[in-house]
Design a protein around this ligand. Structure first.
Ligand SMILES: [Zn+2]
Length: 452
Protein backbone atom coordinates (compact mmCIF):
# COMPACT_ATOMS: atom_id res chain seq x y z
CA UNK A 1 0.00 0.00 0.00
CA UNK A 2 2.75 2.41 0.84
CA UNK A 3 6.15 2.57 2.25
CA UNK A 4 6.43 1.60 5.85
CA UNK A 5 8.56 3.80 8.03
CA UNK A 6 10.10 2.09 10.97
CA UNK A 7 10.54 4.39 13.92
CA UNK A 8 13.75 2.81 15.02
CA UNK A 9 15.25 3.87 11.70
CA UNK A 10 14.46 7.52 12.26
CA UNK A 11 17.57 9.07 13.78
CA UNK A 12 15.96 12.14 15.31
CA UNK A 13 13.18 10.23 16.93
CA UNK A 14 15.30 7.28 17.86
CA UNK A 15 16.40 8.76 21.14
CA UNK A 16 12.89 9.47 22.29
CA UNK A 17 11.09 6.43 21.01
CA UNK A 18 10.80 3.21 22.89
CA UNK A 19 8.40 0.64 21.49
CA UNK A 20 5.86 -0.49 24.01
CA UNK A 21 2.43 -1.94 24.00
CA UNK A 22 -0.03 0.26 22.23
CA UNK A 23 -3.06 -0.98 24.05
CA UNK A 24 -5.24 1.62 25.66
CA UNK A 25 -3.46 4.48 23.99
CA UNK A 26 -6.70 5.85 22.73
CA UNK A 27 -8.22 5.21 26.08
CA UNK A 28 -5.42 7.35 27.38
CA UNK A 29 -6.45 10.06 24.98
CA UNK A 30 -10.04 9.50 25.91
CA UNK A 31 -8.98 9.97 29.50
CA UNK A 32 -9.00 13.64 28.70
CA UNK A 33 -12.79 13.53 28.58
CA UNK A 34 -15.17 14.29 31.34
CA UNK A 35 -13.71 17.40 32.85
CA UNK A 36 -14.73 20.42 30.79
CA UNK A 37 -11.46 22.08 31.75
CA UNK A 38 -9.65 19.18 30.22
CA UNK A 39 -10.82 18.83 26.70
CA UNK A 40 -9.86 16.20 24.18
CA UNK A 41 -9.39 18.05 20.98
CA UNK A 42 -10.41 21.13 22.78
CA UNK A 43 -7.63 23.47 22.79
CA UNK A 44 -6.95 25.72 25.67
CA UNK A 45 -8.43 28.34 23.48
CA UNK A 46 -11.06 27.31 20.96
CA UNK A 47 -10.95 30.95 20.07
CA UNK A 48 -13.83 32.84 18.68
CA UNK A 49 -11.95 35.84 17.31
CA UNK A 50 -13.63 38.43 19.47
CA UNK A 51 -12.45 36.90 22.74
CA UNK A 52 -8.77 36.83 23.67
CA UNK A 53 -8.65 34.11 26.33
CA UNK A 54 -10.68 31.01 27.02
CA UNK A 55 -11.34 31.88 30.66
CA UNK A 56 -13.62 34.70 29.53
CA UNK A 57 -15.09 32.90 26.60
CA UNK A 58 -18.87 33.02 26.56
CA UNK A 59 -20.64 29.81 25.72
CA UNK A 60 -21.82 29.60 22.15
CA UNK A 61 -25.60 29.38 22.25
CA UNK A 62 -26.67 25.96 21.13
CA UNK A 63 -28.95 25.88 18.17
CA UNK A 64 -30.80 23.02 16.61
CA UNK A 65 -28.86 22.43 13.44
CA UNK A 66 -30.79 22.64 10.22
CA UNK A 67 -30.12 19.91 7.71
CA UNK A 68 -30.34 21.61 4.34
CA UNK A 69 -31.43 19.98 1.12
CA UNK A 70 -28.34 19.13 -0.86
CA UNK A 71 -27.99 20.07 -4.49
CA UNK A 72 -29.06 16.90 -6.37
CA UNK A 73 -26.32 17.48 -8.93
CA UNK A 74 -23.53 17.38 -6.35
CA UNK A 75 -21.05 14.73 -7.45
CA UNK A 76 -20.33 11.98 -4.93
CA UNK A 77 -22.64 13.19 -2.19
CA UNK A 78 -21.82 11.69 1.18
CA UNK A 79 -24.35 9.25 2.59
CA UNK A 80 -23.09 7.74 5.85
CA UNK A 81 -26.35 6.32 7.12
CA UNK A 82 -26.09 8.37 10.33
CA UNK A 83 -27.98 11.55 11.12
CA UNK A 84 -28.19 13.31 7.72
CA UNK A 85 -26.86 16.45 9.42
CA UNK A 86 -23.38 14.95 9.36
CA UNK A 87 -23.74 14.13 5.66
CA UNK A 88 -24.77 17.71 5.03
CA UNK A 89 -21.57 19.04 6.61
CA UNK A 90 -19.50 17.05 4.16
CA UNK A 91 -21.77 17.88 1.26
CA UNK A 92 -21.70 21.59 1.93
CA UNK A 93 -18.20 22.13 3.27
CA UNK A 94 -16.13 19.11 2.25
CA UNK A 95 -14.19 18.73 -0.98
CA UNK A 96 -15.14 16.10 -3.52
CA UNK A 97 -11.85 14.27 -2.90
CA UNK A 98 -12.79 13.98 0.79
CA UNK A 99 -16.35 12.89 -0.03
CA UNK A 100 -15.08 10.09 -2.28
CA UNK A 101 -12.91 8.65 0.51
CA UNK A 102 -15.68 8.95 3.09
CA UNK A 103 -18.12 7.12 0.83
CA UNK A 104 -15.65 4.41 0.05
CA UNK A 105 -14.81 3.42 3.64
CA UNK A 106 -17.06 2.24 6.46
CA UNK A 107 -18.38 5.10 8.58
CA UNK A 108 -17.62 5.66 12.25
CA UNK A 109 -20.29 5.98 14.92
CA UNK A 110 -20.98 9.63 15.70
CA UNK A 111 -22.08 10.90 19.12
CA UNK A 112 -23.51 14.39 19.45
CA UNK A 113 -21.62 16.45 21.98
CA UNK A 114 -21.24 19.92 23.46
CA UNK A 115 -19.20 22.76 22.02
CA UNK A 116 -16.00 21.53 23.65
CA UNK A 117 -16.43 17.87 22.88
CA UNK A 118 -14.22 16.36 20.30
CA UNK A 119 -12.79 12.90 20.69
CA UNK A 120 -12.10 9.80 18.74
CA UNK A 121 -11.99 6.27 20.09
CA UNK A 122 -10.59 3.59 17.86
CA UNK A 123 -11.76 0.81 20.16
CA UNK A 124 -15.46 1.65 19.97
CA UNK A 125 -17.54 0.11 17.23
CA UNK A 126 -15.84 -1.85 14.55
CA UNK A 127 -15.03 1.43 12.79
CA UNK A 128 -14.27 4.03 15.50
CA UNK A 129 -16.54 6.36 17.40
CA UNK A 130 -16.46 10.15 17.29
CA UNK A 131 -17.88 12.63 19.69
CA UNK A 132 -18.23 16.05 18.17
CA UNK A 133 -20.16 19.30 18.78
CA UNK A 134 -23.74 19.34 17.56
CA UNK A 135 -25.40 22.70 17.18
CA UNK A 136 -22.43 25.01 17.66
CA UNK A 137 -22.07 26.65 14.29
CA UNK A 138 -18.68 26.48 12.63
CA UNK A 139 -17.29 24.42 15.50
CA UNK A 140 -19.47 21.56 14.31
CA UNK A 141 -17.62 21.56 11.01
CA UNK A 142 -14.06 22.11 12.20
CA UNK A 143 -14.18 19.57 15.04
CA UNK A 144 -16.11 17.00 13.01
CA UNK A 145 -13.63 17.18 10.13
CA UNK A 146 -10.74 16.86 12.56
CA UNK A 147 -12.22 13.86 14.36
CA UNK A 148 -13.13 12.27 11.05
CA UNK A 149 -9.46 12.56 10.14
CA UNK A 150 -8.64 10.46 13.21
CA UNK A 151 -11.32 7.96 12.21
CA UNK A 152 -9.93 7.57 8.70
CA UNK A 153 -6.43 7.16 10.12
CA UNK A 154 -7.88 4.13 11.89
CA UNK A 155 -10.39 2.85 9.33
CA UNK A 156 -8.18 2.88 6.24
CA UNK A 157 -5.74 0.32 7.66
CA UNK A 158 -8.38 -1.84 9.26
CA UNK A 159 -10.54 -2.02 6.12
CA UNK A 160 -7.68 -2.96 3.84
CA UNK A 161 -6.31 -5.94 5.71
CA UNK A 162 -3.15 -4.08 6.51
CA UNK A 163 -1.00 -5.32 9.35
CA UNK A 164 1.36 -2.42 9.70
CA UNK A 165 1.61 -1.50 13.30
CA UNK A 166 3.87 0.58 15.45
CA UNK A 167 3.63 -1.92 18.21
CA UNK A 168 5.07 -5.24 19.18
CA UNK A 169 1.68 -6.31 20.34
CA UNK A 170 0.72 -9.30 18.26
CA UNK A 171 -3.01 -9.06 18.92
CA UNK A 172 -5.08 -9.27 15.77
CA UNK A 173 -7.51 -6.72 17.15
CA UNK A 174 -4.92 -4.05 16.50
CA UNK A 175 -4.14 -4.96 12.93
CA UNK A 176 -4.02 -1.80 10.88
CA UNK A 177 -5.17 0.29 13.83
CA UNK A 178 -4.29 4.00 13.58
CA UNK A 179 -1.66 3.14 11.03
CA UNK A 180 -2.08 5.67 8.27
CA UNK A 181 -0.50 8.47 10.26
CA UNK A 182 2.36 6.20 11.21
CA UNK A 183 4.13 7.24 8.02
CA UNK A 184 4.22 10.84 9.23
CA UNK A 185 7.29 10.39 11.43
CA UNK A 186 9.78 10.69 8.57
CA UNK A 187 8.06 13.79 7.11
CA UNK A 188 7.72 15.30 10.61
CA UNK A 189 11.41 14.94 11.02
CA UNK A 190 12.22 16.32 7.56
CA UNK A 191 9.97 19.38 7.90
CA UNK A 192 10.89 19.75 11.55
CA UNK A 193 14.63 19.89 10.90
CA UNK A 194 14.19 22.26 7.98
CA UNK A 195 12.10 24.73 9.93
CA UNK A 196 14.19 24.32 13.08
CA UNK A 197 11.12 23.14 14.99
CA UNK A 198 12.79 19.76 15.55
CA UNK A 199 16.42 19.23 16.45
CA UNK A 200 18.53 16.58 18.05
CA UNK A 201 18.56 17.30 21.77
CA UNK A 202 19.93 13.97 22.90
CA UNK A 203 22.85 15.68 24.64
CA UNK A 204 20.45 17.52 26.94
CA UNK A 205 19.19 14.19 28.30
CA UNK A 206 22.65 12.66 28.37
CA UNK A 207 23.97 15.55 30.45
CA UNK A 208 21.09 15.31 32.94
CA UNK A 209 21.45 11.56 33.14
CA UNK A 210 25.13 11.99 33.93
CA UNK A 211 24.97 14.97 36.29
CA UNK A 212 21.40 15.41 37.46
CA UNK A 213 20.01 18.92 37.73
CA UNK A 214 18.68 21.22 40.41
CA UNK A 215 15.65 23.14 39.17
CA UNK A 216 16.57 26.57 40.42
CA UNK A 217 14.09 28.34 42.69
CA UNK A 218 11.96 25.26 42.76
CA UNK A 219 13.78 23.41 45.46
CA UNK A 220 13.62 20.29 43.42
CA UNK A 221 16.46 18.10 42.37
CA UNK A 222 16.56 15.53 39.64
CA UNK A 223 19.31 13.13 40.66
CA UNK A 224 21.96 11.77 38.33
CA UNK A 225 21.56 8.32 36.88
CA UNK A 226 17.98 8.59 35.65
CA UNK A 227 16.96 7.72 32.13
CA UNK A 228 15.12 10.24 30.00
CA UNK A 229 11.69 8.84 30.77
CA UNK A 230 12.34 8.96 34.50
CA UNK A 231 13.67 12.50 34.24
CA UNK A 232 10.64 13.64 32.27
CA UNK A 233 8.26 12.18 34.82
CA UNK A 234 9.61 14.65 37.36
CA UNK A 235 9.26 17.68 35.14
CA UNK A 236 6.38 20.10 35.51
CA UNK A 237 5.40 22.74 32.96
CA UNK A 238 8.34 25.09 32.45
CA UNK A 239 10.89 22.67 33.88
CA UNK A 240 12.24 21.53 30.54
CA UNK A 241 13.44 25.05 29.87
CA UNK A 242 14.51 25.75 33.45
CA UNK A 243 16.71 22.67 33.27
CA UNK A 244 18.10 23.76 29.91
CA UNK A 245 19.30 27.05 31.36
CA UNK A 246 20.54 25.42 34.55
CA UNK A 247 22.70 22.80 32.87
CA UNK A 248 24.47 25.45 30.80
CA UNK A 249 25.38 27.14 34.09
CA UNK A 250 26.39 23.78 35.55
CA UNK A 251 28.64 23.06 32.59
CA UNK A 252 30.30 26.47 33.03
CA UNK A 253 30.86 25.76 36.72
CA UNK A 254 32.32 22.34 35.94
CA UNK A 255 34.76 23.83 33.46
CA UNK A 256 35.84 26.63 35.78
CA UNK A 257 36.33 24.20 38.64
CA UNK A 258 38.50 21.85 36.61
CA UNK A 259 40.56 24.75 35.22
CA UNK A 260 41.17 26.06 38.74
CA UNK A 261 42.66 22.86 40.06
CA UNK A 262 46.40 22.81 40.66
CA UNK A 263 47.34 20.74 37.64
CA UNK A 264 44.34 20.74 35.31
CA UNK A 265 43.97 17.55 33.35
CA UNK A 266 44.01 18.72 29.71
CA UNK A 267 41.81 15.84 28.62
CA UNK A 268 39.16 16.73 31.19
CA UNK A 269 39.39 20.43 30.37
CA UNK A 270 38.83 19.69 26.70
CA UNK A 271 35.94 17.33 27.43
CA UNK A 272 34.16 19.80 29.67
CA UNK A 273 34.77 22.58 27.17
CA UNK A 274 33.13 20.39 24.52
CA UNK A 275 30.16 19.71 26.78
CA UNK A 276 29.64 23.40 27.39
CA UNK A 277 29.85 24.14 23.67
CA UNK A 278 27.27 21.47 22.89
CA UNK A 279 24.85 22.87 25.47
CA UNK A 280 25.36 26.42 24.25
CA UNK A 281 24.61 25.28 20.71
CA UNK A 282 21.49 23.60 22.01
CA UNK A 283 20.25 26.64 23.87
CA UNK A 284 20.79 28.71 20.73
CA UNK A 285 18.63 26.23 18.80
CA UNK A 286 15.88 26.74 21.36
CA UNK A 287 16.02 30.51 20.91
CA UNK A 288 15.96 30.20 17.12
CA UNK A 289 13.03 27.80 17.34
CA UNK A 290 11.03 30.06 19.62
CA UNK A 291 11.60 32.98 17.25
CA UNK A 292 10.45 30.81 14.36
CA UNK A 293 7.28 29.88 16.26
CA UNK A 294 6.57 33.57 16.89
CA UNK A 295 7.03 34.24 13.18
CA UNK A 296 4.61 31.46 12.29
CA UNK A 297 2.01 32.64 14.79
CA UNK A 298 2.26 36.17 13.36
CA UNK A 299 1.74 34.77 9.87
CA UNK A 300 -1.24 32.72 11.06
CA UNK A 301 -2.87 35.73 12.67
CA UNK A 302 -2.47 37.61 9.44
CA UNK A 303 -4.03 34.76 7.48
CA UNK A 304 -6.93 34.57 9.89
CA UNK A 305 -7.54 38.31 9.60
CA UNK A 306 -7.51 38.08 5.81
CA UNK A 307 -9.91 35.17 5.91
CA UNK A 308 -12.22 37.10 8.20
CA UNK A 309 -12.14 40.05 5.83
CA UNK A 310 -12.59 38.18 2.56
CA UNK A 311 -14.84 35.24 3.47
CA UNK A 312 -18.51 36.15 3.75
CA UNK A 313 -19.07 32.82 5.54
CA UNK A 314 -15.99 33.02 7.81
CA UNK A 315 -18.00 32.42 10.97
CA UNK A 316 -20.35 29.89 9.42
CA UNK A 317 -17.48 27.61 8.41
CA UNK A 318 -15.63 28.06 11.70
CA UNK A 319 -12.81 30.14 10.23
CA UNK A 320 -11.86 31.34 13.72
CA UNK A 321 -11.42 27.77 14.92
CA UNK A 322 -8.62 26.95 12.52
CA UNK A 323 -5.64 28.80 13.94
CA UNK A 324 -5.67 26.68 17.10
CA UNK A 325 -5.47 23.55 14.98
CA UNK A 326 -2.41 24.94 13.27
CA UNK A 327 -0.66 25.93 16.49
CA UNK A 328 -1.38 22.46 17.83
CA UNK A 329 0.83 21.14 15.02
CA UNK A 330 3.58 23.38 16.39
CA UNK A 331 3.00 22.00 19.89
CA UNK A 332 3.19 18.45 18.55
CA UNK A 333 6.40 19.07 16.60
CA UNK A 334 8.11 20.87 19.45
CA UNK A 335 6.88 18.47 22.13
CA UNK A 336 5.63 21.36 24.24
CA UNK A 337 9.18 22.62 24.76
CA UNK A 338 8.39 25.99 23.26
CA UNK A 339 5.42 26.21 25.60
CA UNK A 340 7.74 25.45 28.52
CA UNK A 341 10.13 28.16 27.39
CA UNK A 342 7.34 30.68 26.89
CA UNK A 343 6.11 30.02 30.41
CA UNK A 344 9.49 30.97 31.88
CA UNK A 345 10.96 33.40 29.33
CA UNK A 346 8.13 34.66 27.15
CA UNK A 347 8.70 36.42 23.83
CA UNK A 348 6.08 38.42 21.95
CA UNK A 349 3.76 36.16 19.94
CA UNK A 350 5.65 33.10 21.13
CA UNK A 351 2.70 31.61 22.97
CA UNK A 352 1.45 28.45 21.24
CA UNK A 353 -1.05 27.69 24.00
CA UNK A 354 -2.68 31.10 23.66
CA UNK A 355 -4.17 30.11 20.31
CA UNK A 356 -4.54 26.43 20.98
CA UNK A 357 -2.74 23.23 21.82
CA UNK A 358 -3.42 20.04 23.68
CA UNK A 359 -1.71 21.51 26.72
CA UNK A 360 1.35 20.51 28.69
CA UNK A 361 2.15 16.86 28.93
CA UNK A 362 0.06 15.66 26.02
CA UNK A 363 2.92 15.23 23.60
CA UNK A 364 5.57 14.25 26.11
CA UNK A 365 5.94 12.24 29.27
CA UNK A 366 6.23 15.40 31.29
CA UNK A 367 3.58 16.49 33.75
CA UNK A 368 0.56 18.50 32.82
CA UNK A 369 -0.45 21.74 34.37
CA UNK A 370 -2.53 21.54 37.45
CA UNK A 371 -6.08 20.82 36.40
CA UNK A 372 -8.68 21.00 39.08
CA UNK A 373 -5.88 20.73 41.61
CA UNK A 374 -4.71 17.42 40.22
CA UNK A 375 -1.40 17.04 38.50
CA UNK A 376 -1.10 13.86 36.60
CA UNK A 377 1.03 12.30 33.94
CA UNK A 378 -0.26 12.15 30.48
CA UNK A 379 0.27 8.82 28.83
CA UNK A 380 1.23 7.20 32.11
CA UNK A 381 4.80 8.09 31.30
CA UNK A 382 4.86 6.15 28.09
CA UNK A 383 6.97 7.79 25.44
CA UNK A 384 5.43 5.60 22.82
CA UNK A 385 2.04 6.97 23.67
CA UNK A 386 3.28 10.55 23.59
CA UNK A 387 4.79 10.05 20.15
CA UNK A 388 1.58 8.42 18.98
CA UNK A 389 -0.23 11.59 20.03
CA UNK A 390 2.10 13.74 17.98
CA UNK A 391 1.69 11.96 14.67
CA UNK A 392 -2.01 11.22 15.10
CA UNK A 393 -2.85 14.85 15.92
CA UNK A 394 -0.75 16.27 13.10
CA UNK A 395 -2.54 13.90 10.74
CA UNK A 396 -5.98 15.02 11.94
CA UNK A 397 -5.14 18.74 11.96
CA UNK A 398 -3.81 18.58 8.39
CA UNK A 399 -6.74 16.46 7.27
CA UNK A 400 -9.10 19.06 8.73
CA UNK A 401 -7.57 21.75 6.47
CA UNK A 402 -7.22 19.49 3.46
CA UNK A 403 -10.79 18.18 3.57
CA UNK A 404 -12.66 21.50 3.57
CA UNK A 405 -13.64 23.54 0.56
CA UNK A 406 -12.97 26.87 2.21
CA UNK A 407 -16.59 27.99 1.94
CA UNK A 408 -18.12 29.98 -0.89
CA UNK A 409 -14.84 31.72 -1.69
CA UNK A 410 -12.89 28.43 -1.63
CA UNK A 411 -10.43 29.89 0.82
CA UNK A 412 -7.65 27.35 1.38
CA UNK A 413 -5.11 29.78 2.84
CA UNK A 414 -4.54 27.75 6.01
CA UNK A 415 -3.81 24.61 4.06
CA UNK A 416 -1.65 26.50 1.55
CA UNK A 417 0.44 27.85 4.41
CA UNK A 418 0.73 24.36 5.88
CA UNK A 419 1.96 23.11 2.50
CA UNK A 420 4.51 25.87 2.28
CA UNK A 421 5.80 25.34 5.82
CA UNK A 422 5.49 21.56 5.93
CA UNK A 423 5.91 20.28 2.38
CA UNK A 424 6.81 16.73 3.37
CA UNK A 425 4.03 16.22 5.91
CA UNK A 426 1.34 17.56 3.57
CA UNK A 427 2.77 15.54 0.68
CA UNK A 428 2.57 12.41 2.77
CA UNK A 429 -1.02 13.17 3.76
CA UNK A 430 -2.05 13.75 0.16
CA UNK A 431 -0.31 10.62 -1.09
CA UNK A 432 -1.79 8.47 1.66
CA UNK A 433 -5.27 9.78 0.87
CA UNK A 434 -4.73 9.27 -2.87
CA UNK A 435 -3.70 5.68 -2.10
CA UNK A 436 -6.81 5.29 0.00
CA UNK A 437 -9.04 6.14 -2.95
CA UNK A 438 -7.66 3.25 -5.01
CA UNK A 439 -6.76 0.61 -2.43
CA UNK A 440 -8.94 -2.49 -2.30
CA UNK A 441 -11.15 -3.10 0.72
CA UNK A 442 -10.33 -6.58 1.94
CA UNK A 443 -8.99 -8.72 4.73
CA UNK A 444 -10.58 -10.72 7.56
CA UNK A 445 -11.58 -7.65 9.55
CA UNK A 446 -13.39 -6.11 6.61
CA UNK A 447 -14.98 -9.43 5.72
CA UNK A 448 -16.26 -9.71 9.26
CA UNK A 449 -17.61 -6.22 9.84
CA UNK A 450 -18.10 -4.84 6.34
CA UNK A 451 -19.79 -1.52 5.94
CA UNK A 452 -21.43 -0.75 9.24
ZN1 LIG B 1 -7.36 15.12 17.64
Amino acid sequence: MRKCINLEDQPGFQSIYAPQMQQAIDRGLLGHSGNPKNIDWGYNLPKPIEVPVIRNQPAIPKETPVTPVINPNLPNPVVMGRDPYWDSLWNRYGTEAARIIINKFPSPLIVKGSQYSGSHNSYEGPWSQLKTPFGYGGKDIQTFFHEYGHALDNIIGKATGSIERDTEDGGTRHEGRMETSLGLFGPMEADGFKTGLVFDDSFYWEFIEKNGVVLTDRGRKIPAGLKRGEVENQMKPGDHWRAMKQIVEDAKTNLTRIKNTKNPDPVKVRRMGDELKKLQTLIDLHHVRHTKVAEIITALEKIEQEMDKTMPDFREVGGGDMIGSFTDILAALTGDEVMDKQLVDPIPNGDIGMHGSHGFGYYTQRKESSQGGVIRFSHNARNHSAMYGRRAEIWAELFQFWAQTGGTTQNKQMYEYAKQLFPEMTKYLEEALADATTVKLEGPYYEKYGKM
